[in-house]
Design a protein around this ligand. Structure first.
Ligand code: ADP
Ligand code: ASP
Ligand code: MG
Length: 403
């Protein structure tokens, strides 16, 4: 007998029939003799609907109230799933993040889980119940409801699996596993049987939304056995593991992130302390800066360009407006018409020439590179949003990843 945490995403709980399908699958695992905890997302589109509702009332919603609002999507699906399980004769109990006691920090809309007091789950499992937990949400020390960032139900599932010392965490979604790139962009993308935690971390943080990046961080840190599978069939999924592939693969995947925005500060004085004057207040406002490029200075002035999550652009602009006088730069330019395309693979550690090939492919396709950043196993470029998907396709072909 094992303890299994299963997570079902929005499309897998989109309507009553799909919720019944999830109930059936959870019961199968229970009948196979396992203890089963199911984490669910809100119905597909619900979180966006709630966010749009808030926007129709105010352009700058209070962050606490926004989390209070968007967390409701998951309350609906946990209750419906518990009802479906009970209707099929399976005792079940649903819990909100606050009821489980998923304690987070107070960073609304991107809260981090600090601890989970899972006693209530163990008691319900002991009574033979399937436990259903709301994804995406938690509670801070002050009792305020928080959410974990878009796609956060993945993180709820993996964090719960770690806290419960589960034998397995299964992420059920609308594709068969992790692919060489988003199969919606390249229909010839191939499913990867295995991906290393390092590669998956890079893929997730570069836009492959199949797993939220923090879920992969938790899985790597607490050694949670993690698989990604489809909720619509029984095909073998993708195992996220420490093992590297025996084959000589240099590039495992290509990702695209269309949600970032680029900010350029023009005519900054090129002197010590300027970067810290800019990025200090941005970090304080809880905004994650991704790429940073500083130009060579001319006449003591330079340009500083960086990317932030698109959703944080208004907040970032506000911070910049407050420091413009103090730091003394000429102007700010914001650009949301960008896409970040990344090439990822652990094989890059031991193979030279990947970057050169990326640049050659993009130049051959007439795609201009606006920014570049690299890690040991990733090369990312920022291009015009309208050329992002084309860049993915060209790179996917050039690295021989298609079927
Ligand atoms: P869920 O609602 O189940 O959490 P998501 O929409 O968050 O599902 O994530 C699954 C989607 O991620 C897929 O439908 C696919 O379009 C997208 N995706 C992006 N990159 C990849 C990739 N490399 N492999 C698989 N899916 C990917
Ligand atoms: N419902 C949340 C979202 O849409 C969380 C999730 O689906 O994982 O981002
Ligand atoms: Mg998701």
């Amino acid at each position: 007998m094992a303890l299994i945490v299963q997570k079902y995403g929005g499309t897998s709980v989109q309507d009553a029939d799909r919720i019944k399908n999830v109930a059936k699958r959870a019961i199968e695992a229970k009948k196979a003799g396992h203890d089963v905890v199911v984490v669910v997302s809100a119905m597909a589109g619900e979180t966006n609907r709630l966010l749009a509702l808030a926007k129709s009332i105010t352009t700058e919603p209070d962050e606490r109230e926004l989390d209070q609002l968007v967390s409701t999507g998951e309350q609906v699906t946990i209750a419906l799933l518990a009802l479906a399980l009970q209707e099929m004769g399976q005792p079940a109990r649903s819990f909100l993040g606050t009821q489980v006691k998923i304690i987070t920090d107070s960073a609304y809309s991107k809260a981090r889980i600090q601890r989970i007091d899972a006693d209530i789950i163990f008691s319900a499992l002991k009574e033979g119940k399937i436990v259903v937990v709301a994804g995406f949400q938690g509670m801070d020390e002050g009792g305020n409801i928080t959410t974990l960032g878009r796609g956060g139900s993945d993180t709820t599932a993996v964090a719960l699996a770690a806290a419960l010392k589960a034998d397995l965490c299964e992420i059920y979604t609308d594709v068969d596993g992790v692919y060489t790139t988003d199969p919606r962009i390249c229909p010839n993308a191939q499913k990867l049987p295995k991906v290393t935690y390092d590669e998956m971390l890079e893929m997730a943080s570069s836009g492959a939304k199949v797993l939220q990046v923090r879920s992969v961080e938790f899985a790597a840190k607490y050694k949670v056995p993690l698989v990604v599978k489809s909720s619509f069939n029984n095909n073998e999924g993708t195992l996220i593991t420490t093992e590297e592939s025996m084959e000589d693969v240099v590039v495992s995947g290509i990702t695209i992130d269309e949600s970032e925005a680029k900010l350029a500060l023009r005519g900054l004085p090129d002197k010590p302390g300027v970067a810290s004057h800019v990025f200090g207040p941005i970090a304080k406002a809880n905004i994650n800066v991704d790429m940073i490029v500083q130009n060579i200075s001319a006449e003591g002035l330079t340009d500083l360009t960086f990317t932030v999550p698109g959703g944080d652009l208004p907040k970032a602009k506000k911070v910049i407006d407050q420091i413009i006088g103090e730091v003394g730069f000429k102007k700010v330019e914001a650009d949301q018409d960008v896409a970040k395309v990344s090439v990822i693979g652990v094989g890059m550690r031991s193979h030279a020439g990947v970057a050169a090939k990326v640049f050659e492919v993009l130049s051959g396709a007439g795609i201009n590179i606006e920014m570049i950043s690299t890690s040991e196993i990733r090369i990312s470029v920022v291009v015009k949003k309208s050329q992002g998907k084309d860049a993915v396709k060209k790179l996917h072909d050039a690295f021989g990843l298609g079927k």
